[in-house]
Write a protein that binds this ligand. Structure first.
Ligand SMILES: Nc1ncnc2c1ncn2[C@@H]1O[C@H](COP(=O)(O)OP(=O)(O)O)[C@@H](O)[C@H]1O
Ligand SMILES: [Mg+2]
Length: 259
């Protein structure tokens, strides 16, 4: 492990062990293990259909796993002491430290930017309007959208909408941010502004797991790169190693065709 990696990252925030999931008898996750340390940025690469989105949905407690464990700060998530799925009310509380940014921005079309960003603070945390507004304004500044705070989603570019979605996740003060192909729905010229925001979050020490096809981001911003293949993490390591000296042929072939 490199010095920079050691100095940037510390104890595990999130740990996943032996995670399994099947749909209609077909195994989609076949025992996935990973850990995310404080401040770590992990890029997840891999072919379409290999189970990456499923992994993120399970890690964010949006769906129950069939087996395995998810720990946040050492505490087991999603299940009670006997391993039974928790009721939705408890799950909702456990989900809060996990922010999620999807490929499709999922903004409410009838709400302007600032109301979209404030909504969860008001509804989920019950934050007072004036305070929620202040927090939302601060996060919109962070993603460079102060001037667009009264615009509606239909008046924003895809890149701007995705930055609103990132601000919406940030207002909840997440401990971990999970990104599922955040730039895949964007026109090429809009990808950069979203990656720039993600890079600045990484520089600020945000713990992030990013499923992406952006090899430049994986190589230059991520601390670790995990290669996902057929429901498993095939290999994982520092970007330099994965990109220049992968252990697996599958990785080599995937990187070649993804370039
Ligand atoms: N809710 C679901 N019901 C049935 N099959 C699903 C569901 N979600 C995902 N799958 C299947 O699981 C596999 C992995 O999907 P996904 O996690 O979306 O992969 P990726 O994000 O790597 O493209 C695919 O074959 C997909 O069709
Ligand atoms: Mg996916």
């Amino acid at each position: 492990m490199s010095q920079t990696l050691l100095s940037r990252t510390g104890t595990a925030v999130c740990e996943v062990r032996g995670l399994r999931k099947a749909y209609a008898g077909t195994e989609v996750l076949k025992g996935v293990d990973f850990s995310l340390r404080h401040g770590e940025v992990k890029a997840v690469l891999g072919p379409s259909g290999s189970g990456k989105s499923t992994l993120l949905r399970l890690a964010a407690l949006l769906e129950h796993a069939d087996g395995g464990e998810i720990l946040l700060n050492g505490e087991r998530m999603g299940v009670d002491g006997r391993g039974r799925p928790l009721p939705e009310s408890r799950l909702a509380l456990q989900r809060r430290p996990m922010g999620m940014v999807f490929q499709s921005f999922n903004l409410f079309p009838h709400l302007n930017t600032i109301d979209n960003v404030m909504l969860a603070l008001r509804r989920v945390k019950g934050t007072a309007r004036s305070e929620a507004r202040e927090i939302a304004e601060a996060m919109l500044e962070r993603v460079g959208l102060t001037e667009r705070r009264f615009a509606f989603p239909s008046e924003l570019s895809g890149g701007q909408q995705q930055r609103v979605a990132i601000a919406r996740a940030l207002v909840m003060s997440p401990q971990v941010l999970l990104f599922d192909e955040p730039t895949s729905a964007l026109d090429p010229e809009l990808v950069r502004e979203v990656l720039a925001v993600m890079e600045s979050l990484a520089a600020d020490g945000m713990t992030m797991m990013v499923v992406t096809h952006e090899l430049g981001f994986a190589r230059h911003v991520a601390d670790t790169v995990a290669v996902f293949h057929e429901g498993r993490i095939l290999e994982e390591g520092p970007p330099e190693q994965i990109f220049t000296d992968p252990a697996e042929d599958v990785t080599r072939r995937f990187l070649l065709q993804a370039l």
